[in-house]
Design a protein around this ligand. Structure first.
Ligand code: AQP
Length: 354
């Protein structure tokens, strides 16, 4: 618990078509949190540069994620929606964090290891330093809560480590400038400038797995389109992908314990539960003992019912790119005011400004 004003921040990279995993793990939570919090939602286009997209793909991808935010129900008037590169303070704070974070911390990041693969020498420096930019994205607004999927947990821990080291390293100066806010660190309360941000990771959809391999995360950059459901897939695509989804030959169990050694079954039941806003127990109460040949069509129908309206609205919004660009520009203007205040304080704290 901290005494910072509660503020939700989260971002999504424009690195391909949004998947059901992105929707259930992140965007749907973004929508729900609008009711209780001030929220800032960002299309993190600078992060996408780490994997060298083609320029036009980046432009289209940024608009398409913004369209998905709006189509899913994010209100860009009550809250803030923008793309990261329009607010240069993110990159400037990230540089300062490059000088706070330790090589050893970043060396432990599993996402870098997975994305760089065997050829680490050839990975971009940006891919390695990505978590520092992510920490800056959140902390430039002194964000207190970040809704994300399970895969981002480690990066959020790093953001907390960066905040804590910054607060410690500059504690005297923060105090002298009167910029300290009480921050709870374990049992102790200390004065700090940055909050220790809390991840919001809960529910049955924190890690949606690939439809082709129940041990691998569903990802928008997976080379196999059959591995994922895209938010813009047609009803036929969704039905086909679910029909072809890898499963085992057993019937569904009646208890969740029976899903333990069955990653594909566990994944499909989790997806159903998340889409139906219920629990895996409730799904197994209904479908336990039934074959996948009966469960899959029910899952496909549910997915189509939930996703089609979003896909339709996204397609409509994408015909008016000027509108999307103006939403992003307006959000960036409002975000910049907040980010500039933090950055000016940070510059005074570290001695870049007198
Ligand atoms: N499979 C997933 N299950 C639950 N949540 C997920 N998220 C991603 N995949 C799943 C959550 O979606 C948000 C946006 O993710 P991102 O675009 O910042 O990058 P990512 O986590 O690396 O997502 P992808 O789809 O795997 O993208 P690529 O392929 O570009 O790496 C995050 O909150 C993430 O947790």
């Amino acid at each position: 618990m901290s005494s910072f004003e509660p503020l939700v921040f989260s971002g999504v990279q424009p690195t391909g078509n949004l998947t059901l995993g992105n929707y259930l793990g992140a965007i749907r939570k973004f929508v729900a949190l609008q009711e209780s919090h001030n929220c800032i939602y960002c299309v993190v286009d600078l992060h996408a540069l780490t994997v060298n997209p083609k320029p036009q793909e980046l432009i289209d991808g940024t608009r398409s994620i913004a369209a998905a935010f709006l189509a899913a129900g994010i209100d860009p008037v009550k809250h803030i929606v923008f793309n990261q590169s329009r607010v240069y303070q993110h990159a400037e704070l990230a540089w300062i964090f490059n000088c706070v974070a330790r090589m050893g911390w970043l060396n432990r990041m599993t996402q870098f290891k997975e994305k760089a693969g065997k050829d680490r020498e050839n990975a971009s420096v940006g891919l390695f330093a990505y978590p520092n930019l992510m920490a800056a994205d959140i902390l430039v607004y002194r964000g207190t809560h970040v809704p994300v999927g399970e895969d981002q947990k480690q990066h959020l821990e790093l953001a907390r480590d960066i905040a804590q080291k910054f607060n410690n390293d500059y504690s005297e100066r923060i105090g002298d400038l009167g910029l300290g806010v009480p921050v709870q660190v374990g049992d102790e309360t200390v004065n700090g400038f940055f909050p220790l941000t809390e991840p919001l990771i809960e529910g049955p959809a924190t890690r949606i797995m690939s439809l082709r391999d129940g041990t691998k995360k569903m990802s928008k950059s997976d080379p196999s389109d059959l591995s994922r459901i895209n938010l813009t897939d047609t009803a036929d695509d969704i039905a086909k992908k679910i029909r072809k989804a890898k499963t085992d030959p057993e019937a569904l169990p009646s208890e969740t314990a029976g899903l333990a050694e069955r990653p594909e079954a566990n994944n499909l039941v989790g997806i159903y539960a998340a889409l139906a806003d219920t629990t895996k127990e409730a799904v197994l109460n209904e479908f336990g003992g039934q074959q996948f040949s009966a469960f899959k069509p029910a899952l496909a129908d549910l997915a189509v019912t939930k996703l089609s309206p979003i896909a339709e609205e996204m397609r409509r919004l994408m015909t008016d790119t000027a509108h999307i660009d103006s939403v992003l520009a307006n959000g960036a203007e409002r975000a910049s005011v907040l980010a500039e205040k933090t950055l000016a304080d940070v510059k005074r704290i570290v001695g870049l400004l007198a």
